[in-house]
Ligand binder design. Structure first.
Ligand SMILES: Cc1cc2nc3c(=O)[nH]c(=O)nc-3n(C[C@H](O)[C@H](O)[C@H](O)COP(=O)(O)OP(=O)(O)OC[C@H]3O[C@@H](n4cnc5c(N)ncnc54)[C@H](O)[C@@H]3O)c2cc1C
Length: 332
């Protein structure tokens, strides 16, 4: 099982990075001041950053497609399971986030609350300087790491909870909306979380690691959006199955529009919903003068699309935009 090996490698890399940062913390004065809890919070911090970078890379589809095409056949099929790896990374990020939080709650925050001498506190922190003692509550609810930490835990729990299979299957739009809004907030908050430089190297490590990954992700996302907005297709014809559960949709293909058999397309129909994009496999060959799909009545979007198509079947109205996803040949 090739994907099982890759999952094991992801797990091992995260554990190694955890141990590495825990050892660095052990040989730092912060360990004497904050106790073993700091080993867990520091170790988990590095694991979270690496896993977040990796998880983000796995959903930067244009980039993974490019990497996949560069790899030898023996290796590139690993990308068939990239969503599984993304999900596993997300699961590990959630676990490490809880470890990180418990480590701080039982280590650094408790120690900072107990120690009344501000000079002693400042001598342990790498860059941050306090001018007065803060109690446990103030450390949690009035400091940048405290507030952003709470928000990050809420976000990660929401993202993890809504991506559970039974939630995703029932309320796909809830899962996708939470991911779309929470993911950039998660990255930005990670950077702000370390920006008060209590325990790091004078700059938030996240600004380099996940910050750069975010810029790459945004670049490809904007590029994709640009292509998404460019393509407008018109319906050529629609056949509805006898049972009424399937439609066979044919769209007119613009000149120079290329795709390969087996790829899928994200369809958007603004008359149904301007913000929903749904994937459908192309069932026509690349030499065909039009592009076709079998679409099953499967839920909210497809039901509305069916109703609209049935109404407009003969009007040949422009209502569908497209965006091919180059990544997908082996995902289907
Ligand atoms: C790569 C790929 C190719 C597909 N090709 C076809 C095809 O050729 N013909 C066809 O009838 N269906 C295809 N589907 C399934 C199709 O995308 C869903 O049926 C459609 O998105 C359902 O949306 P809905 O709002 O009608 O139903 P909902 O009730 O919202 O969802 C029904 C199920 O569809 C899945 N789903 C919903 N929205 C999405 C989305 N945006 N992206 C991925 N999955 C989603 C969820 O698992 C959900 O449980 C394909 C899906 C994928 C991932």
């Amino acid at each position: 099982m090739r994907y099982f090996r890759t999952l094991t490698i992801i797990l091992i890399i995260s554990i190694v990075s955890f141990i590495f940062f825990a050892i660095v913390a052990y040989f730092n004065p912060m360990y004497d001041a904050f106790g073993p809890g700091i080993l867990f919070s520091r170790g988990a911090a590095l694991a979270i950053l690496l896993l977040t970078m990796f998880g983000m890379f796995l959903v930067t589809y244009d980039l993974t497609t490019w990497v996949r095409n560069k790899l030898k056949r023996r290796w590139n099929t690993v990308f068939d399971f990239q969503i599984l790896f993304h999900r596993f990374s997300g699961f590990l990020i959630t676990i490490y986030s809880y470890i990180h939080t418990v480590g701080h709650l039982t280590g650094s925050i408790r120690a900072l609350d107990k120690e009344k001498d501000v000079n002693k506190i400042n001598s342990v922190l790498t860059h941050k300087r306090f001018d007065k003692h803060l109690n446990y509550f103030e450390l949690l609810f009035t400091t940048i790491p405290g507030v952003t930490g709470i928000l990050l835990m809420i976000i990660i729990t929401l993202m993890w909870g809504t991506s559970l299979k039974w939630v995703r299957k029932r309320w796909f739009q809830l899962f996708s909306t939470v991911h779309v809004f929470c993911f950039p907030s998660f990255i930005i908050l990670i950077i702000i979380h370390g920006s008060d430089t209590w325990l790091n190297y004078g700059f938030p490590l996240g600004s380099i690691t996940v910050g750069i990954s975010l810029l790459i992700y945004l670049f490809f996302w904007i590029r994709k959006l640009f292509y998404q907005c460019k393509g407008k297709f018109s319906i050529k014809s629609v056949e509805v199955s006898e049972s009424g559960n399937f439609i066979y949709l044919h769209l007119n293909k613009p000149k120079h529009y290329n795709y390969m058999e087996g790829q899928y397309i994200f369809l958007n129909c603004p008359d149904v919903s301007w913000w929903e994009w749904h994937p459908f496999s192309i069932s026509s060959s690349k030499s065909s003068p039009h592009i076709s799909f079998f679409i099953k009545d499967n839920g909210n979007f497809t039901k509305k699309l069916f109703n609209l198509i049935k109404k407009q079947k003969n009007k040949n109205k422009n209502c569908i935009e497209e965006n091919t996803n180059q990544n997908v040949r082996k995902m289907i």
